[in-house]
Design a protein around this ligand. Sequence first.
Ligand SMILES: CC(C)(COP(=O)(O)OP(=O)(O)OC[C@H]1O[C@@H](n2cnc3c(N)ncnc32)[C@H](O)[C@@H]1OP(=O)(O)O)[C@@H](O)C(=O)NCCC(=O)NCCS
Length: 424
Amino acid sequence: MKALEGVKILDFTHVQSGPTCTQLLAWFGADVIKVEQPGVGDATRKQLVDVPGADSLYFTMLNHNKRSIELNAKNETGKAVLTRLIEECDVLVENFAPGALDRMGFSWDRIQEINPRIIMASVKGFGPGKYEDCKVYENVAQCAGGAASTTGFLDGPPLVTGAQIGDSGTGLHLALGIVTALFQREKSGRGQKVLAPMQDGVINLCRVKLRDQQRLATGPLKEYSQFGEGIPFGDATPRAGNDSGGGQPGRILKCKGWETDPNAYTYFIIQAAVWEKVCDVIDEPEWKTAPGFAKPADRLDKLNQIFSRIEEWTMTKTKFEVMDTCNPLDIPVGPILSTKEIMEDEGLRATGTIVDVDHPERGRYVSVGCPIKLSDSPVEVVRSPLLGEHTVEILQQVLGYEGDELEKVISSGAVGEARKVAAE
Ligand SMILES: CC(C)(COP(=O)(O)OP(=O)(O)OC[C@H]1O[C@@H](n2cnc3c(N)ncnc32)[C@H](O)[C@@H]1OP(=O)(O)O)[C@@H](O)C(=O)NCCC(=O)NCCS
């Protein structure tokens, strides 16, 4: 049995933010029915194509364990089928541009009228306010949510991060909103509207940076490298390079091979509790007691000197040897892993976080499995559906269309070339 078995999701999502949310729900056992424009489908199917003619990795890696129905929601028959889907489903998830659903004739009022128990969950770029009508993509959200202004080095421009905190991060927020609303419905019997704006999701993930914004009022942020370097603070949380956010000095340091390998680096934190062990490892035992070095506060203006000395040591070791030496001593370090190393990691494969998936058009590919592990709800990663692969199956099994009624829907053109059964 799966945690969300029996829950039907009308998945009206596209691109990344919405699909990551519904993929998680599918992994937890929900029946996710992806509604796609006939002949076109989710735009990502044909974006960044690597195997000509096949769905792209962009699409396949975000849409596992779903079923696909082609449906034109702007044609009368299509609207009738969509109405039946709304009647049957527990949750409608969408991330269209603001107003798109209303333009199709499916406002929240109308959706509630059709099914008062349904939960309608949306990703939008911004919440209500002056930017609510904007279309928004990942990097816009990172910039508007405080991530870019606090990422990068002090003397460089704002930077976006590779982690898709605006899209996939908001998908996670939305998934939590949906299961919470489902839980409340158990008691209230009513559905509700769930909104996860991307800007708000990024702000939530930048919470510690807003913490620091307020701390500026009472003095400089002493754990930031710029404090020790005597650089004054401005009126907003600055970019902190690779400083650690938790108050303990940390840096990214070169390891053996850095000259040719762009990822031969380690993260290294000089936690106060293990300072003496750090001194032993780098062979500077006198720093344990020397004035200016023994106490954490006294070390702040010497962090460049201290980390340079530690780096002299890390450069004699591979990033994994640094880990092997420091971990048993509780010195917090972490290798900078490349995507290649992550995809080849046996441990991640054993836990199902990295998986191989077979696909009829593109063959075998590597994907990221479910990152959240439930002991009583195992996840089996199933390939993404071909466009409209389950159109007839959904019309029959979920909506009960049969005989003439089914023929009428198919011949109306509302569901694409539904007669064609996708080749496996
Ligand atoms: C992502 C985004 C910028 C893409 O914009 P876009 O490519 O122009 O796509 P839209 O959402 O505007 O949808 C395009 C049109 O397709 C239509 N459409 C989509 N599926 C359809 C279907 N099955 N049947 C009929 N029409 C359909 C929509 O109704 C819309 O038509 P309209 O412009 O007449 O209202 C936009 O959807 C958005 O801002 N979404 C919210 C924020 C978000 O999730 N962003 C991150 C994405 S990773």
